[in-house]
Design a protein around this ligand. Structure first.
Ligand SMILES: C[S@@+](CC[C@H](N)C(=O)[O-])C[C@H]1O[C@@H](n2cnc3c(N)ncnc32)[C@H](O)[C@@H]1O
Length: 247
């Protein structure tokens, strides 16, 4: 799916992952950044985590994303919540973004581990930006059960792209990180994320039936619905994992 199509499908969402507002708030509570903590969020989307955590925990920070549309929404949200002066949003490829080495108390990346070529590479680039005693939060898919070949084909994923929950923890340990907390999506919050996009895309297609992107958006809608209902809903887990470097 292209960035443009992603922007259309996500037009109705502030949180671009399978979390509800309550789960994002709970993640802030368990992560517990201190007031004034410097937060770097890679692939920040519409900046909902940066803005609400700045409001609720007194953090400051930088959000990096490649989408102009999402960044504009992020700046508007930061202004709406009265935290714009503490947040800075930058358009860049998060995989090559030159963050200040060791310059951040909290480095996060929710739902975009392709930026570093997969989980291991993304954890490495997050860690470079982290203070020695800092905290990382990564949002990642995990398999709820072993995926069949048919499911992998339908979901356009390879079995090794993700691991089980225990296997995901092994990947953290292999990266020299300790899992200290987590908040998981559940089938209801996944449904909100997936199905809300169907409505948004369906509405968009009604309003723009002859748009050059319409055939791709129709394909996206059909594929997203069938693969989610047949496979994704049972197989895909998603969690935000709170990590500390092992000293
Ligand atoms: C699934 S969304 C998650 C957004 C946000 N972290 C959230 O959870 O609400 C993925 C985000 O990654 C961004 N993105 C994709 N590739 C990127 C890249 N190479 N560098 C920076 N951002 C990227 C997209 O624009 C989108 O905002």
């Amino acid at each position: 799916m292209s960035l443009r199509h992603h922007e259309i499908a996500e037009a109705g969402n502030r949180i671009l992952n399978p979390f509800t507002e309550e789960k994002l708030r709970l993640l802030g509570t368990v992560t517990a950044p201190r007031p004034g903590a410097r937060h770097l969020d890679l692939a920040c989307g519409k900046g909902e985590m940066l803005s609400t955590w700045a409001r609720d925990h007194g953090t400051e920070g930088i959000g990096v994303d490649i989408s102009r549309v999402f960044l504009e929404a992020a700046r508007e949200r930061a202004a709406e919540l009265g935290v714009a002066e503490r947040l800075h949003f930058e358009r860049a490829d998060a995989g090559s973004y030159e963050a200040e080495p060791g310059g951040h108390d909290l480095v996060t990346c929710l739902g975009a581990t392709w930026i570093g070529g997969g989980l291991a590479g993304t954890l490495e680039l997050m860690r470079r930006a982290l203070r020695a005693d800092g905290t990382m939060v990564v949002g990642e898919v995990f398999w709820r059960s072993e995926p069949s070949d048919e499911a992998c084909r339908a979901l356009e994923m390879e079995p090794d792209d993700f691991a089980s929950l225990a296997g995901t923890n092994e990947r953290f340990e292999a990266a020299g990180l300790e899992l200290v907390e987590m908040v998981l999506a559940d089938p209801d919050s996944w449904d909100r994320y997936a199905a809300s996009q169907w409505r948004t895309v369906s509405d968009w297609l009604c309003a723009h039936p002859e748009h050059p992107d319409a055939p791709d958006m129709r394909d996206f809608l059909r594929h997203s619905r069938t693969s989610y209902l047949a496979h994704g809903r049972d197989l895909l887990g998603w969690g935000a994992f709170v990590l500390r470097p092992v000293s």
